[in-house]
Design a protein. Structure first.
Length: 128
């Protein structure tokens, strides 16, 4: 939730912008990528809220912690079925944002959040 009306908050369903697919289409974020059939999932990452615990890197080879910056980053933002489980583990283990996590695994076919999905309804829990 944000007090700044100019600030987009994808995690706030009360903000009208979320209801406007022209303004917030999850699949438009990182739409440049390999064919969906090859890599049906993508990562949305709130790097500015990473607290550098390294849990993601322990869980998945797709995640690396930069020891100079103290911030993690994915090796790839687009992942296939064979990489899904480890990235879901990383998303669910991430303790940032009071346990809600800053790694988001999105199904590109539906636009729904596979993990961590704190609301339990597939809504994207990003709040940049
Ligand atoms: S688990 Fe989350 S907070 Fe910890 S390094 Fe990875 S992304 Fe950052």
């Amino acid at each position: 939730m944000t007090d700044d009306p100019e600030r987009f908050d994808a995690g706030d369903p009360d903000q009208a912008v979320v209801d406007d697919p022209e303004q917030f289409d999850p699949d438009s974020i990182g739409s440049e990528g390999p064919p969906v059939a090859e890599k049906p999932y993508k990562i949305l990452f709130e790097a500015n809220k990473c607290i550098g615990t390294g849990r993601c890197a322990e869980a998945s080879d797709n995640w690396e912690l930069d020891i100079t910056t103290g911030i993690a980053a994915p090796v790839s933002y687009f992942i296939g079925e064979d990489e899904l489980a480890e990235n879901v583990d990383a998303a669910e283990l991430c303790p940032a944002k009071k346990g809600d996590g800053v790694i988001h695994v999105i199904d590109r076919r539906t636009g729904e959040e596979v993990a961590p999905d704190p609301a339990g309804d597939g809504s994207i829990s990003v709040d940049w």
